[in-house]
Design a protein around this ligand. Structure first.
Ligand SMILES: Cc1cc2nc3c(=O)[nH]c(=O)nc-3n(C[C@H](O)[C@H](O)[C@H](O)COP(=O)(O)O)c2cc1C
Length: 323
């Protein structure tokens, strides 16, 4: 395999692949550990977890990975418990914290003197450069093709070259959004990336903590099924059509019965967290199923171990560069 390693500060992953963090218990310690075991970067979606639960998931991931790869947590800046989750992860000596859905300058101070590297998820050259200046050892650049909340409506293919010219030739950059085939590793690298962050494809992993019904929505997805919804967080989001999503689109969605103010800012039009919990637990028709826009292009949508998915991605990459 002629793929380069991916460096995140003091840590090096043998494979330049990051499994993107997926909140509300879609990517937990089981998936992150299985991915890291292959030499890639496995990420726990921390948003929505209690502090002790996050600590336990980090320990589980570490145990499964057996010292291989890199283990990270993804924490949404938009979450009210952002600081508490960051402190928990640092206390557990997590390798990397990926932060998205907003931008935190303070997090760099919080991680000072710890073994934890801070990697912002950005959608523009401006924020990639700011991250580098604040001391980030790498950035993830996400385009409009990604799943979940979106920081931009521009394609990753447009943004990556801009980021590369802004941060210079040696700064580690991972590209994210719309990954469905291994040949895209070479494509992203040509555009300036050193690594690729993939989420949607890992939802179909055995170790992914989404209910069977959630995975079946992915398996049934066809062209036109991924839509953009307005999230109460104040950002657009990519989700697959369900009865609940259709009600968001036609503005007949039920307003929340109660609220524990889990987000720093929320329009309160509907409860995105409850909708994500519902789908994660299998009640997809009353829930939101986040997904990248190219889910329907994934050829093999059987549910398999994460290691088998990674093996396929690497084979697809090899075939694409050897033609
Ligand atoms: C189900 C799901 C949940 C996600 N949750 C988060 C999250 O909590 N935080 C975040 O920064 N990104 C989140 N994302 C975005 C991914 O981490 C990743 O960057 C993106 O989806 C990559 O594109 P792809 O899914 O087409 O591979 C989520 C994506 C999906 C599909």
């Amino acid at each position: 395999m002629n793929l380069p390693k991916f460096k995140i500060g003091r840590y090096t992953a043998d494979l330049p692949l990051i499994q993107g963090g997926m909140a509300i218990r879609i990517s937990t310690g089981a998936l992150a550990g299985a991915v890291a075991k292959t030499g890639a970067v496995g990420v726990i979606g921390a948003s929505g977890m209690a502090f002790e639960e996050l600590a336990e998931e980090i320990r589980l991931a570490r145990q499964i990975a057996g010292g291989n790869g890199i283990i990270g947590v993804n924490i949404m800046f938009a979450a009210r418990e952002f600081i508490g989750l960051v402190n928990t992860a640092i206390k557990e000596k997590i390798d990397v914290i990926f932060t998205g859905a907003g931008f935190s300058r303070d997090i760099f101070k919080m991680a000072k003197g710890s073994v934890t590297e801070i990697v912002p998820i950005v959608s523009s050259a401006k924020f990639a450069l700011l991250s580098k200046k604040l001391g980030a050892p790498a950035v993830v650049v996400e385009g409009k093709e990604a799943g979940g909340h979106l920081g931009t409506l521009r394609s990753i293919k447009e943004i990556l070259p801009e980021v590369r010219s802004a941060v210079g030739p040696d700064f580690p950059v991972a590209g994210a959004g719309g990954f469905y085939h291994g040949s895209q590793i070479a494509e992203f690298m040509r555009l300036g990336a050193n690594a690729v962050q993939i989420a949607t494809r890992f939802v179909l992993a055995e170790e992914c903590n989404a209910a069977r019904a959630y995975k079946e929505v992915y398996q049934r997805a066809k062209e036109g099924d991924v839509v953009i919804i307005a999230s109460p967080v104040g950002m657009p989001g990519h989700a697959l059509k369900t009865a609940f999503v259709n009600r968001i689109l036609d503005k007949s969605v039920p307003t929340p019965m109660g609220c524990d103010y889990c987000l720093k800012n929320c329009s309160l039009v509907y409860c995105i967290i409850q909708a994500l919990i519902n789908s994660q637990q299998g009640d997809v028709e009353n829930g939101v199923v986040f997904s990248g826009e190219n889910v329907w292009k994934i050829k093999d949508r059987t549910i398999r171990p994460a290691a088998a998915i990674i093996k396929d991605i690497l084979n697809e990459y090899e075939e694409s560069v050897n033609v």
